[in-house]
Design a protein around this ligand. Structure first.
Ligand code: MG
Length: 415
């Protein structure tokens, strides 16, 4: 190994922070940045993944992209691969990996099991989990087996599915979901016993103010037009049914260790206050910013620091901008009640509620069922006997969840 005076001067070699091998690529400056944090991005083709990759590119003097995963759509991360040169790229879908190996033979491609091994054992500082759906649980699980890694968690299903198993690692999870990031920021320095309530804010979705009668004819295109946030298809439909907020209630329960009764939801259509905490002395703290997911992602990457970022600023206080809050119309949007009931049942109930929602949203997007049918499916699912079981391992829950999806499909669609 060649000696390098720059590395020598900052003692980077002595500390074993980085080998100087990257000089060859003309990126020698990395060798002398002692705090370059090693980041893995999971779900790189999704909305969170793409925004994270763009931040890593903006802050390349702070972060090094170690690895990135996609399920299938490698072409979506390819421009970032060329720019950020990760050490490996995981394609978790078997067929996807096969075709990626043909299209991109020069890339260091790995499969799902190699990905899990790397998450658990490689030198990684931060794993950003932006995977969509309950498939994200295992990635979170393996990342948390790695004692050095922090999990920047955007995949709310990780906690909805397996909160019981992830809870012991809570102090290494930094939430990326904007509401939970807000709560996390409000709670810094506050002892747990001083919290009275968490107040999650909700945009109310595109159908705020509508009654059930008006929702019957909603089309997938209408449900996909979220008034504020730009997100993936499933989460956008979940925002329209308020199921997204229901999942966030469950997520908050596991992240902050509070009961369902201590978590309220207020509709706040402007999406500027991302959530609030009510303390037992009556004081409230809120976190405000423009509705830009890059902010909570950047915070999760930089915590406990804050990096200078001039985009996504919010200035309308000076323009007479109004912030309003109203209660959720739980009669029209009954999903929050489902979440509370799932937590009350405990065990498999939250995971099965989420599974039923994934199946229902898929059927809705395919035009096979109406908007209100989603509620009907969820209500039915919640009272099935499986929701009262308490699997002893995530593997057992996974098997149960798989059977349950099939049960939901065959009950409602006859397939
Ligand atoms: Mg959210």
């Amino acid at each position: 190994m060649e000696e390098c005076y720059l590395c020598y001067e900052v003692g980077a070699l002595a500390q074993g922070l980085r080998a100087p091998a990257s000089h060859a690529g003309g990126r020698w400056f990395e060798s002398i940045t002692p705090h370059l944090r090693r980041v893995v991005v999971l779900g790189g083709s999704g909305s969170i993944g793409q925004q994270t990759l763009s931040l890593l590119s903006t802050f390349s003097q702070e972060y090094r992209l170690v690895g990135v995963s996609v399920h299938r759509q490698l072409e979506k991360v390819y421009p970032w691969i060329e720019r950020l040169h990760p050490e490996w790229i995981a394609v978790t879908d078997e067929e996807g990996l096969h075709s990626a190996r043909t299209t991109y033979p020069h890339l260091p491609l790995i499969d799902q099991s190699a990905l899990y091994e790397k998450l658990a054992t490689e030198r990684i500082d931060i794993v950003v989990n932006g995977i969509v759906g309950s498939a994200g649980f295992w990635a979170s699980w393996y990342a948390l087996q790695n004692p050095a890694a922090q999990l920047a968690l955007a995949n709310k299903e990780s906690l909805v599915f397996g909160g019981k198993w992830l809870e012991p690692f809570r102090n290494r999870i930094i939430p990326v979901d904007s509401e939970h990031s807000a709560l996390f920021q409000c709670l810094i320095g506050e002892p747990p016993e001083s919290i009275e309530k968490l107040i999650l804010t909700a945009s109310g979705g595109p159908f705020r103010g509508k009654k059930a009668g008006e929702l019957a004819e909603i089309t997938p295109a209408q449900a996909l037009a979220h008034p504020v946030w730009r997100m993936g298809a499933r989460i956008t439909v979940d925002s329209a049914t308020l199921m997204n907020k229901a999942l966030e209630l469950i997520e908050a329960h596991w992240l902050f260790g509070l009961s369902a009764e201590q978590i309220e939801v207020w509709v706040h259509p402007q999406c500027i206050v991302h959530s609030m905490v009510l303390f037992r002395d009556g004081a409230m703290k809120a976190q405000l910013s423009s509705p830009d997911m890059r902010l909570p992602i950047l915070y999760a990457l930089s915590y406990p620091r804050r990096l200078a970022f001039s985009e996504g600023r919010w200035q309308p206080f000076l323009n007479g901008h109004t912030l309003s809050f109203e209660p959720v119309d739980e009669e029209t949007f009954p999903t929050l009640g489902y979440a509370r009931e799932a937590l009350r049942r405990g065990g498999a109930a939250p995971a099965l509620l989420n599974a039923a929602d994934e199946v229902a949203v898929e059927a809705f997007l395919e035009g096979r069922i109406g908007f209100l049918d989603i509620f009907r499916w969820l209500e039915w699912s919640l009272v099935q006997p499986e929701t009262l079981t308490s699997p002893s391992s995530p593997q057992e829950l996974e098997a149960l969840e798989k059977d349950f999806r099939q049960k939901v499909r065959s009950h409602f669609l006859g397939v």
